[in-house]
Design a protein around this ligand. Structure first.
Ligand code: MF3
Ligand code: CO
Length: 249
């Protein structure tokens, strides 16, 4: 069942999402080379709590940190560590989830560190554009497949591939609600979109093959061929007309 949110519930979602958006914005100037991913995670945890939220990922199915931080060939769910250092030329995907007043917000951004390659530059651009192509489809009367197809088409037209093993999702009183939102699929299929639905749309895009594998830590997903991967995510609300991006300042 896809849960429709009323205006009061949407107001609470906006608060959780505002915290997520603020954190991702602050990280643009905070993340620097020679820092550890644990240091970034601590920054995220502290800011979340300072703003009145609770880190949503810690403890979720036993996840051991506040955020997911995935570098270069890591796709998603990288576990922050005191042993992992950010280096010049890295692309760093940070996924942040916050619980506030009983509702969740979830978003991700991939940060370029110092001078990155032209390919990496293009990967970030296309992945972010794909997210916005997907969001554009989030209107009453459209279907989930319209979002999926728009994302896939933009990515593959530019020679990259969309990850199949992980999907976007409904979000609200739970971090993951129905429906699932794949980043690949056909137009005109899947659940119909309605005003009051809140969705986390999150393309994960690889420079090489779409295949991924999970490391021995049980979390970190990496590209099978070692190619770069990027991840952008927003939580959005469907309205009568244009979708509202809740995780944007
Ligand atoms: N944005 C991811 C998702 O919605 C974050 C979940 S990671 C976990 O699935 F650590 F919480 F599992
Ligand atoms: Co998500």
């Amino acid at each position: 069942m896809i849960i429709i949110k009323n205006p009061e519930e949407l107001k609470k979602m906006r608060k959780a999402c505002y915290i997520v958006a603020t954190i991702l914005e602050e990280l643009k100037s905070y993340i620097k080379q020679d820092m550890t991913t644990q240091q970034i995670d601590l920054f995220i945890e502290n800011l979340t709590i300072k703003m009145g939220g609770i880190p949503a990922f810690r403890g979720y199915r036993g996840y051991p940190a506040s955020a997911c931080i995935s570098i270069n060939n890591q796709v998603v769910h990288g576990i922050p560590s005191e042993k992992v250092f950010i280096r010049d030329g890295d692309i760093v995907s940070v996924d942040v989830g916050v619980l506030c007043d009983g509702f969740y917000g979830d978003a991700a951004y991939t940060y370029p560190i110092g001078k990155i390659t032209e390919e990496a530059e293009r990967l970030l651009k296309i992945t972010q554009e794909a997210l916005y192509k997907g969001i554009e489809q989030a209107k009453p009367g459209k279907r989930i497949g319209d979002i999926s197809h728009a994302v896939q088409k933009h990515v593959e037209t530019h020679g990259f591939s969309v990850v199949r093993a992980f999907v976007g999702h409904g979000i609200g009183r739970s971090l993951h609600e129905e429906p699932q939102i794949p980043n690949f699929g056909k137009e005109g299929v899947g659940p119909k979109l309605k005003k009051g639905m809140t969705l986390a749309i999150e393309p994960m895009v690889n420079a090489g093959t779409y295949e991924v594998m999970v490391l021995a830590d049980g979390w970190t997903a990496v590209t099978k061929d070692g190619s770069l991967s990027a991840h952008f995510e927003h939580t959005i609300a469907i309205t009568d007309n244009e979708p509202q991006i809740l995780t944007k300042l």
